[in-house]
Design a protein around this ligand. Structure first.
Ligand code: ADP
Ligand code: MG
Length: 245
């Protein structure tokens, strides 16, 4: 397989706002790809198109080499795309075990939950990223970083080929960011690609193998980190010359 995903010429407008204007992006298996852009540049909208939440006005999305006639959340998940949203979309009043097990049980259409089986499945999901969190803890009582780890584990319970993380470091400490980067490298080692969405320059240069910058919904550049210095990166992000004073 050449690409886990290929986005070609995607445009999307909301009332009065051209959120995306002819954006293209390709991600290879296991690639750590950063999508960078300032607030409002269209990053989250692009994620929502890729994950089937928003239908694009123009353009196509190919998953695993197949162009999908109609992308839907279900088709995106079946195509191996999992999104870790900024709010993690977890159930705070349910336990870690319930959060990990219930989506799989619901989509399998089972009537009664075999909790003993689910406990071992959930434990295995956390073990995949080498994380130790009490399965019986209420998710609402966990730290932000722990919630994120639960969300990543849950994403890995499906046969994910691409994990999309929307601004995953916003509420993390430096140490937690390093731990997250270790996990992303671990995913890569298992052939799982990451689309890491960020507007933080240092992070993009630290973790990405390739990055794409968008500005005002338009594709600006896709390149390797070594092809661009920080100054040019800032310029491409903001459209303004970098002020060194
Ligand atoms: P980013 O994630 O890069 O901050 P977004 O994709 O969230 O940017 O937003 C891009 C532009 O589209 C912004 O101007 C935003 O206000 C607008 N936008 C995003 N979602 C919607 C929506 N559902 N309805 C109307 N406008 C939206
Ligand atoms: Mg966003």
């Amino acid at each position: 397989m050449e690409h886990v995903i290929a986005v070609r010429g995607v445009s999307k407008a909301f009332a009065g706002v051209q959120a995306l204007d002819n954006v293209s992006l390709e991600i290879a298996p296991g690639e750590i790809h950063c999508l960078a852009g300032e607030n409002g540049s269209g990053k989250s909208t692009l994620i929502k198109v890729i994950s089937g939440v928003h239908a694009p006005d123009a353009g196509t999305v190919e998953l695993g080499g197949e162009q999908l006639a109609k992308l839907s959340p279900r088709a995106a998940i079946a195509g191996g795309v999992q999104v870790i949203y900024q709010d993690f979309s977890l159930f705070p009043n349910l336990s870690v075990l319930e959060n990990l097990a219930l989506p799989a049980e619901v989509s399998a259409g089972r009537t009664f939950v075999n909790w003993r089986r689910m406990r071992s499945v959930a434990a295995a999901a956390l073990a995949k990223i080498d994380v130790d969190i009490d399965l019986d803890a209420r998710v609402g009582s966990l730290s932000v970083a722990q919630k994120q780890l639960v969300a990543i584990s849950r994403a890995l319970m499906s046969d994910a080929k691409l994990i999309i993380m929307d601004e995953p470091t916003t509420a993390l400490t430096k140490r937690e960011v390093s731990a997250l980067f270790e996990i992303i490298l671990g995913l890569k080692a298992r052939g799982i690609a990451t689309l890491f969405v960020s507007h933080k320059l240092e992070e993009v240069f630290e973790i990405s193998e390739k990055f794409t910058i968008i500005r005002n919904g338009k594709h600006v550049i896709t390149c390797l980190p070594e092809e661009l210095d920080h100054k040019k990166f800032s310029y491409f992000m903001t459209g303004r010359e970098f002020d060194e004073s």
